[in-house]
Design a binder for this molecule. Structure first.
Ligand SMILES: NC(=O)c1ccc[n+]([C@@H]2O[C@H](COP(=O)([O-])OP(=O)(O)OC[C@H]3O[C@@H](n4cnc5c(N)ncnc54)[C@H](O)[C@@H]3O)[C@@H](O)[C@H]2O)c1
Length: 332
């Protein structure tokens, strides 16, 4: 299938792109490299462009002969969404509106959308299935929920088959330690802990240990990028021009910040100092997937269900490329 991958130079999008290519699909990334990395994309598979540029998108889709879109491109920093909602609403909602218009113009009638567990937000009942109430508690999560509705409304009015994938926390790196997480600034827990283990930071700031969870720290469901990518391949194969589906992608196992910290100390064999500070706005206490629907309907089987195995892959990447893709570029 010819697949157009917005945000295909980013952390999750590039993992999907590489798997699509490995499985024989003709996939191409469309990314403005605001957060993504050229070296995360195989040679000749990147179109540099901004999804808010409808004409450029439509032209690129036509040239590629796109049959389906996987839409990863977005502003993703929760903290930034609180201080700069203009950017998040403009990029995520404005950008997706531009994409949907370009898809209509180019006659592309199938898409996957990267939504998030953060749309469940303050829902107090983990694990969450797809019917759980969506109570987003950050501007970022509200943009994602708004986009879910935008896609449904476009599908209803103009005809579009879609699958919304609500990811829990993407984590890990590819098995060879060649591709992994590299955000600037880094805000995700596992890379932050591993940066402390590497001596790049003094300590991990732990935002709140007074949440209503067993050890007081926030609980998340860490799903490996390889497993996210395999879910996307199953989902795109099942998406026809009339599909209207939603799936959670998570392991079903919640890990508290303290448990992930312990896993990182065990894997690295290094002590990782913590400092407890005040809660951050926008953090929900516990977000854990019920992935039953994805497993039973699409036959998804995650390869990584043990947090230590996931951390091991991330550690291999961070050890090999402590400065991420900048190190990779310097060694070329
Ligand atoms: N990482 C997670 O844990 C997680 C969890 C839930 C949902 N998601 C969603 O998955 C998607 C991918 O997340 P990620 O962690 O890979 O983020 P990322 O920042 O690594 O990737 C996003 C990519 O989109 C590109 N991009 C952003 N705005 C763009 C624009 N206007 N035009 C073109 N390209 C643009 C960036 O350069 C980047 O390469 C996002 O939509 C995110 O909201 C991620």
């Amino acid at each position: 299938m010819r697949i157009f991958v917005t945000g295909g130079a980013g952390y999750v999008g590039s993992a999907c792109l590489r798997l699509l290519l490995a499985q024989g699909h003709d996939a191409i990334a469309f990314d403005n490299l605001s957060e993504g990395h050229r070296l995360a994309v195989p040679e000749g598979r990147l179109i540099e462009g901004d999804i808010r540029d409808t004409a450029a998108l439509a032209a690129a889709m036509k040239t590629h002969g796109a049959e389906a879109v996987m839409h990863f491109a977005a502003a993703t920093y929760v903290g930034e969404s609180v201080t700069n909602p203009d950017h998040h609403y403009g990029n995520n909602i404005g950008g997706t509106l531009s994409l949907l218009r370009a898809m209509r113009e180019a006659g592309v009638a199938r898409m996957l959308f990267s939504s998030t567990c953060a749309t469940y937000g303050d829902n107090p009942e983990p694990p969450m299935n797809e019917e759980a109430a969506q109570i987003p508690c950050s501007p970022y999560a509200r943009t994602k929920l708004a986009v879910e509705w935008m896609i449904r409304d476009f599908a209803h009015a103009y005809g579009l088959g879609y699958t919304i994938l609500r990811y829990f926390n993407a984590s890990g790196a590819d098995g060879d330690g060649e591709f992994g997480e590299n955000h600037e600034p880094e805000t995700h827990l596992i890379p932050l802990l591993l940066q402390v283990a590497l001596g790049q930071r003094d300590k991990l700031m732990l935002y709140g240990d007074d949440y209503p969870t067993p050890d007081g720290t926030c609980i998340r469901d860490y799903v490996h990028t390889d497993d996210l990518a395999s879910a996307h391949l199953l989902a795109i194969a099942a998406t026809t021009p009339t599909t209207a589906e939603v799936f959670n992608i998570g392991t079903g196992n919640g890990q508290s910040v303290k448990q992930v910290h312990q896993a990182c100390e065990d894997v690295t064999g290094r002590r990782i100092p913590l400092q407890v500070v005040a809660r951050r706005p926008g953090d929900a206490p516990a977000l854990v997937a019920d992935p039953t629907k994805l497993k039973t309907r699409l036959g998804w089987t995650p390869r990584y269900e043990d947090i230590r195995a996931t951390v091991q892959t991330a550690w291999a990447w961070h050890q090999r490329y402590p400065k991420g893709y900048a190190d990779k570029a310097a060694r070329k």
